[in-house]
Design a protein around this ligand. Structure first.
Ligand SMILES: CC(C)(COP(=O)(O)OP(=O)(O)OC[C@H]1O[C@@H](n2cnc3c(N)ncnc32)[C@H](O)[C@@H]1OP(=O)(O)O)[C@@H](O)C(=O)NCCC(=O)NCCS
Length: 196
């Protein structure tokens, strides 16, 4: 069976949204059927978010996350440069990370990870690591003027908690009823201090 892919090299083609969506679902279910084998060596690369592939990012996030993000989110992502990246596994778009600068606390500049995820069938292949390492490189080499990096995770999301703890993130707070439409509604705040 031919497996269509969402190649990073043809993201400016004129495919309509439905066919892109079908490709995401198809890639995901083919992988579920065993075509992607755990630990099979694959090439993991990051690419830019552009007006040509922003609909695919939206579709990816719809598949990966239980909450949906509005048009402003995607408008801001398009303007966030290296703070947003798509992840490709052997040229197939399988994940994404989207961050923004947060200055909501006085005299504090933090990097907020809004979303970071990859399709379920492509997990434990190092794709999340590639995305976190990109963000850690950014705050150590490109813009070192951050106090910390932080994010919210649903309290039952043990996979993500273990994943982030591996990179030195710690639970610093638990916010009751942080999420409006999902159960459980509580979120941990995970944070990695960047100041010595
Ligand atoms: C969290 C997430 C991004 C991890 O991505 P991933 O590509 O599977 O992560 P990696 O393969 O790079 O894993 C790196 C390490 O993290 C830890 N880890 C990752 N997933 C784990 C899990 N399910 N259970 C325990 N440890 C885990 C392991 O130490 C792993 O190393 P190993 O595979 O050598 O044991 C992924 O599970 C995901 O997309 N979840 C849904 C979205 C989400 O919840 N995002 C977090 C909120 S923004």
């Amino acid at each position: 069976m031919t497996v269509k892919t969402m190649s990073k090299n043809n993201d400016d083609h004129d495919d309509d949204k439905l066919s892109h969506d079908e490709k995401i679902d198809e890639n995901n279910s083919n992988a579920m059927n065993g075509l992607v084998r755990k630990r099979r060596p694959g090439i993991i690369e990051l690419g830019d978010v552009t007006p040509h592939n922003i609909k695919l990012l939206r579709r990816l996030n719809q598949v990966i996350f239980p909450v949906s993000y509005n048009a402003k989110f995607y408008k801001d992502v398009l303007e966030s440069g290296p703070l947003a990246k798509l992840a490709y596994y052997n040229d197939i778009m399988v994940g994404a990370v989207c961050c923004r600068v947060d200055t909501s606390e006085p005299n504090t500049r933090r990097l907020y990870i809004m979303t970071l995820g990859c399709l379920a069938s492509y997990r434990r292949l190092g794709i999340g690591t590639k995305m976190v390492e990109h963000i850690l490189d950014y705050v150590s080499q490109k813009d070192s003027n951050f106090d910390s990096i932080f994010l919210h995770v649903q309290i039952n999301n043990e996979d993500a908690i273990e994943f982030y703890q591996k990179f030195g993130f710690e639970i610093i707070e638990t916010r009751k009823n942080y999420y409006k439409r999902i159960e459980p509604p509580d979120a941990h705040v995970l944070s990695k201090n960047l100041k010595k």
